[in-house]
Write a protein that binds this ligand. Structure first.
Ligand SMILES: Cc1ncc(COP(=O)(O)O)c(C=O)c1O
Length: 264
């Protein structure tokens, strides 16, 4: 089971759990048996997670492509309870929100809910392609070496780089600095929103923020790029601001100033 607004990737199986018709259409029929149900609808989750039929529930603790949406921790806790009661695995896709992005090593640490499986990728290899999946002992017991292998998986070059990324994130003060910079960025974006009639909402955690607009975000992304600021969209009407975790306060101030110009 996956949820509306979800983005789990463009591989064949993860696409079946991704709520993006434009990405899905060219590859249909997709992997069968994946249900995409309404996000944060308690009754639907209760009805749909079945002891006999549900293998796993996959969710991003902070939806990325779906508009930068931190999910309600209570609802995630409810999913945890349902999965425990009905023998389903709870999978947190932290490919985008994990590894320090939200100010803690894993985004789930801020929710109080511990998943059975965590997926990681984007920053893991510091720009080189590397993904990882973390499993509880119980889930890992279902896999044997080779089941989940891939030709270039865990090669020495990317593994060395990934180790360095993890060491950097683990340096004393690194995540605290992400949280401090993130709070400053969130406050500055909220001030921007207060004076811009084009902004509907500002949402985020750590250094992962979304600015929801009343209209398509793409032209603002282009305008920002022309002024030297790289941001992207997250869905049609959200500007996504995901700076490098090593960004400086001064760079963030410049970024907010540029966003102010383009929104004006
Ligand atoms: C939450 C999440 N999961 C998975 C992925 C991986 O996507 P892909 O397989 O298309 O690279 C992404 C990429 O944006 C993502 O944001």
């Amino acid at each position: 089971m996956a949820f509306t607004g979800a983005f789990h990737g463009r591989l064949f199986a993860s696409l079946a759990a991704t709520d993006r018709p434009d990405y899905r259409k060219p590859f249909e029929p997709l992997v069968p048996g994946v249900h995409i149900v309404p996000l944060e609808d308690w009754a639907v989750a209760d009805r749909m997670i079945s002891a006999n039929r549900t293998a796993a529930v996959i969710v991003e603790p902070v939806q990325g492509e779906g508009g930068v949406r931190p999910l309600d921790p209570e609802w995630l806790g409810f999913l945890r309870e349902l999965c425990d009661a009905r023998g389903a695995a709870l999978v947190f896709d932290e490919v985008q929100c994990g590894l320090g992005r939200t100010g803690t090593l894993f985004a789930y640490e801020q929710t109080g809910v511990v998943p059975d499986v965590v997926t990681l990728a984007k920053p893991l290899g510091g720009g080189l392609p590397m993904g990882a999946v973390l499993l509880t002992e119980a889930v890992a017991a279902a896999l044997k070496p080779g089941d989940h292998a891939t030709t270039f998986g865990g090669g020495p070059l990317v593994a060395t780089v990934a180790l360095d990324v993890l060491r950097t994130i683990a340096e004393p003060g690194f995540l605290a600095a992400v949280r401090e910079k993130g709070e400053a960025l969130g406050a500055a974006l909220s001030r921007l929103a207060a004076v811009s009639p084009k902004v509907v909402a500002v949402r985020g955690r750590g250094l992962m923020w979304g600015i929801e607009l009343v209209e398509p975000a793409a032209p603002y992304v282009t305008a920002a790029r022309e002024r030297g600021l790289l941001v992207c969209t997250a869905g049609a009407q959200v500007i996504r601001v995901v700076p490098p975790l090593v960004v400086t306060r001064e760079e963030l101030e410049r970024a907010v100033a540029i966003l102010g110009e383009v929104l004006a």
